[in-house]
Design a protein around this ligand. Sequence first.
Ligand code: ADP
Length: 518
Amino acid sequence: MQTPREILKEVFGYDDFRAGQLDIIEKVLAHKHTLAIMPTGGGKSITYQLPALMFEGLTLVISPLISLMKDQVDGLNTMGIDATFLNSTLTGQEQAQRMSDIRAGLYKMLYVSPERLEIPSFFGFIQQLPIDLVAIDEAHVMSQWGHDFRPSYLNILPLLHEIPGSPAVLGLTATATERVRESLQQLLDVSDEDTVLTGFARDNLALKIMHYVDKRRYVQDYLRENSEQSGIIYAATRKQVDELYEFLHKKGVKVGRYHAGLPEHERQAMQEAFLYDDVQVIVATNAFGMGINKPNVRFVIHYSVPGNIEAYYQEIGRAGRDGLPAEAVLLYAPQDMHLQEFFVQKSGGSEEYKQNEYNKIREMNAFANTQTCLPRYLLGYFGEIVDQDCKMCSNCLDSREMVDVTTDTQKVLANVMRMNQSFGKTMVAKILKGSHDATVKKYDYLTQLPTYGLMKAHTLKDLTAFIDFLTADGYLKTAGGEFPVLKVTEIGARVLKGQLVVEKRLNRSVVAQQKVVT
Ligand code: ADP
């Protein structure tokens, strides 16, 4: 029998396994329950495709991405792998034919959607097959802590136990937060040692965050400067997609668009135009891209800030899959966060779900405002400690002078303490500014505080930005759900005691600028 490495070379044409791949494959071949957590583009597919070729029986791949099944299966067929799929895009006759071929053992791999498994007659069919491996792609959608949570995905869990012959089970995801990991381990009955988590660093991806730019202008200039490059622009809403698409189209950019409001045939056509480089760039909502494997995407621009770091990470991961240099640009505006909050409000989820989503928005906001090396911060979020700066993100390349903002920080933190750590950033900023609008009047006693008007020379916008910076870099933290309040952290307390100095880049906010002038 051939070894996994020989098959890797012969069928897939690669000389070496990437980090984690062989480890996962060996566990799967030993019929274990395994969880594979690898970044987007990390090479998850081979970890079930290769064992599928080694097993006697069938590998069942459960994937929520119906629209991509055909492409995936076509790709496998061209490599000489006997794979097929069953889903609602096929006619009754086609399905019957395939089922009979599957029964006759003509296939090594079968792709199905989770919804299909729930159909009792179909599941009865599955139970009669010799299944060696059940691979669950995009497994994070099973976890309520993951983004894109799909409760219906949970219905397949009890079914897994009813497949005869106790097949190996492999969950695959690019979402690495501890909560998601733990919940998937529990759901899929995977031990710590059978959880394989590979590094999340993407060394070829330069991260950039632009604050308060004229977004349209920026995109237009960017596309002009990179007119030979293929890229994705993510916008937050269908309307935003349509507007930006029209705008770029008028400017003569070869642009496509993609969102769930477009008819299926148009979405399909746009996706293909993008894959085959008939358009340079595609403007899309987050409905675009899951499972898309276009190797030469050179840039991903976020026109609006995503609702959580996991989604952001997954979306930027679509750039530079070929390993060549690529760029991810986040265009930050604070009001983007309100839009995300609005989505959560309207989501109809449980209170617990909403609180969790609000927290994620805040984490995203903190990331967008940090002055730490961006990949370091990001990997730290996923629990990976990196001790070196990337030297290529916008923070590492920021050559603006550092200024001491300890006094300003102390003013803000002292004010938060005076306000009993019971107010959000807008109120904290208003008190520092000395505003007396209706909301402030409601809490009249706040105007008696010694910190009232203490930073009145600054604009409210700059004060809020400064508070965001202090939160991002850990001097303040937020607590509570929809209306979060600011609290001083332990590090913040040390600044208040004069034990720590706070430095900040010049210019990003007027707070720092004026400090130097005075
Ligand atoms: P994921 O599902 O983790 O996002 P894929 O499985 O689609 O990633 O793999 C991403 C790309 O990496 C694909 O083009 C794939 O062919 C390639 N790839 C996977 N494994 C290897 C390997 N061992 N050596 C070289 N390229 C690989």
